[in-house]
Design a binder for this molecule. Structure first.
Ligand code: CAA
Length: 258
């Protein structure tokens, strides 16, 4: 958890916290910053003590997008040959739940980073948008795909085509964020949610995350089938036996993540 230039990483009990820390650039997502986020969350994935992860930024900015200064001079050949932005998706291979705690600007790649997380909790000053159109480009990391699934076509299209921003209340109403809390309570609220998730069986939590995420990829019929099979699979675990016995015996379960 040391040696990072652009992020702060800490473990608070069972919760791994990654704080984007490039204040001079409003946490613009340079390759270096993205690589550090990826390596921090991979470390948390490997860490048996960690049950859930929070990614957050500063009060002013979660992240103001991909780093425009890094992209400005890039040629098509460079972008294509390096498969620019492809490594951002590594975050979606993390199997522990990730909460984006968003204060301030979540624009462009910042909004896309938040949408790659499993739950977005917003501070009341949060601002979401896909302003790439103003730069002569388009969202490159899920903004045209995940946003439409989150808020529907008309709203997504309007954000992407106008570059207009959406405030926290609008984002909640549209379903992009799970809830809005006062900015100064954001981290505490995200911690409460993260701690609650981390208090359950990590094994079962990962299965639940996988089942929910499969709905992005599968037809309803396939998704329902997959869900039922994972549900069945929980009956092969110690933790399902323990969870149900504890309920019947009116005691607190002890999870063994197996
Ligand atoms: N990349 C690089 N630097 C950025 C940046 C970005 N995305 N966003 C802000 N910065 C830098 C600014 O250049 C400025 O640096 P200097 O002090 O060296 O000039 C510093 O951060 C502070 O920014 P501002 O002075 O602009 O702060 P502000 O409070 O006046 O405005 C803002 C805040 C509205 C967020 C404004 O900074 C802004 O519009 N940023 C760009 C937002 C954007 O277009 N994001 C999309 C990027 S493209 C993308 O993300 C592609 C993709 O799909 C992955």
């Amino acid at each position: 958890t040391t040696g990072f230039q652009n992020i702060l990483v800490e473990k608070k009990g069972k919760v791994g916290v990654v704080t984007l820390n490039r204040p001079k650039a409003l946490n613009a997502l340079s390759d270096g910053l993205i690589n550090e986020i990826n390596s921090a969350v991979k470390q948390f994935q490997e860490d048996k003590e960690v049950g859930s992860i929070i990614i957050t930024g500063s009060e002013k900015a979660f992240a103001a997008g991909a780093d425009i200064k890094e992209m400005e001079k890039k040629t098509l050949a460079e972008a294509y040959n390096t498969d620019m932005l492809a490594q951002w998706h590594d975050l979606t291979y993390i199997r522990k739940p990730i909460i984006a705690a968003v204060n301030g600007y979540a624009l462009g790649g910042g909004c896309e980073l938040a949408m790659m997380c499993d739950i977005i909790i917003a501070g009341d000053k949060a601002v979401f948008g896909q302003p790439e159109i103003k730069l002569g480009t388009i969202p490159g990391c899920g903004g045209t795909q995940r946003l439409i699934r989150a808020i529907g076509k008309s709203k997504a299209m309007e954000l992407v085509l106008t570059g207009n921003n959406m405030n926290a209340v609008e984002a909640e109403k549209a379903g992009l964020v799970s809830r809005v809390v006062p900015a100064e309570e954001l981290l505490a609220e995200a911690m409460k949610t993260a701690e609650k998730i981390a208090s359950y069986s990590q094994l079962t939590v990962s299965m639940a995350k996988e089942a929910v995420n499969s709905s992005y990829e599968l037809t309803l019929k396939e998704g329902i089938h997959f869900e039922r099979r994972i549900f069945h699979a929980t009956f092969g675990t110690h933790d399902q036996k323990e969870g149900m016995s504890a309920f019947v015996e009116k005691r607190t379960p002890t999870w063994h993540n197996k």
